[in-house]
Design a protein around this ligand. Structure first.
Ligand SMILES: C[S@@+](CC[C@H](N)C(=O)[O-])C[C@H]1O[C@@H](n2cnc3c(N)ncnc32)[C@H](O)[C@@H]1O
Length: 295
């Protein structure tokens, strides 16, 4: 096995940057945000409840849900740094078998604050409910908004290997030179990361936690070391973990004490260099390949 492949098959064990601060609490997000200074967060990334009756939420009529989300979004906009980004990760609200894609439902709430949509990232994964009356859902979206036109975007930090890294120009003044960026290519707006189901190394008691690698890519692209990142629906603290791993300060809150406790435990493991996460550059398991394509 080559050294590169060996690295891909290991789990990531990170020692965090100790300069990074952590501020997490078991609190309602509007209360938590009220105490934070305006323009302080370079990145706000979250996945809100989808109003579908999960254990941590109460189903409410869709217009009431939207009003509640609007209040949280308005407060997030106040906290957002002028060069900062908001990434709202959502799926579908479902009512009597009819789907309401929440990115469409909530888009106007961001537009009314003058935020600009930079990408609608499709996050594709393989596992989930098997539907019998419609096609099974195998993607969710991340709406990436910026406050202004001058925003942090570190493309080189998130490049992925090019398909044909040695391809060269075959004519013209650059003939013979590499035609692609030797640092790799732009990862595009279709992201494939396994979702956190029972056999995932990061699985906790939370029914819908983010994979750490999904948030790492956003943190690396949309912030610089030392910046602050916030998750108003923190769950078991994945956003805070991905931030601290890369030397950013992590802020977050959740109303369920058990989730906040798990977040604290995960951060303790991270501090001790013992938190296991799936590495960002690990290929997705492919049953058609020998050893799932991982060997
Ligand atoms: C989809 S989950 C987020 C999971 C998270 N991304 C993770 O990786 O663990 C939504 C979370 O929002 C929390 N929540 C719901 N209402 C809230 C509120 N008003 N303030 C803070 N958290 C809230 C729920 O307890 C739930 O853990």
């Amino acid at each position: 096995m080559t050294a590169g492949r060996e690295r891909k098959n290991q789990l990531a064990l990170f020692r965090p940057h100790f300069a990074a601060e952590v501020n997490i609490a078991c609190r309602d997000n509007l209360d938590f945000m009220a105490a934070l200074p305006g323009a302080s967060m370079k990145l706000i990334v979250t996945s809100p409840p989808y109003n579908i009756g999960k254990s941590y939420e109460r189903r409410s009529p869709i217009d009431r849900y939207v009003r509640e989300q609007e209040r949280v979004i308005a407060e997030c906009v106040r906290l957002l740094h002028p060069e900062g980004s908001i990434c709202w990760q959502t799926g579908n609200h479902v009512q009597n078998g009819e789907i309401f894609p929440l990115d469409i439902v909530l888009h106007e709430a961001f537009r009314q604050h003058g935020l600009k949509l930079r990408n609608r990232i499709i996050w594709h994964f393989e596992h989930g409910l098997h539907c019998s009356k419609r096609l099974s859902g195998r993607y969710e979206t991340i709406m990436w908004y910026t406050k202004g036109d001058n925003y942090t975007f570190n493309l080189d930090s998130i490049r992925v290997p090019s398909k044909y890294p040695n391809k060269k120009y075959h004519k013209g003044p650059k003939r013979g030179q590499l035609s692609c960026n030797p640092m790799g290519k732009n990862p595009g707006d279709l992201w494939i990361f396994p979702n956190v189901k029972h056999n995932h190394i990061e699985k906790t008691i939370h029914p819908c936690q983010f994979p750490v690698e999904l948030i790492e890519r956003l943190v690396l692209a949309l912030t610089n070391p030392g910046d602050c990142v916030f998750d108003p629906f923190m769950g078991v603290g994945t956003t805070v973990i991905a931030s601290v791993m890369h030397g950013r300060s992590g802020y977050g809150c959740d109303v369920v004490p058990e989730y906040v406790e798990v977040a604290r435990e995960r951060l303790e493991l991270l501090r001790a260099g013992a938190l296991k996460t799936r590495p960002m550059d690990r290929p997705v398991y492919d049953p058609a390949q020998p050893h799932g394509g991982l060997a």
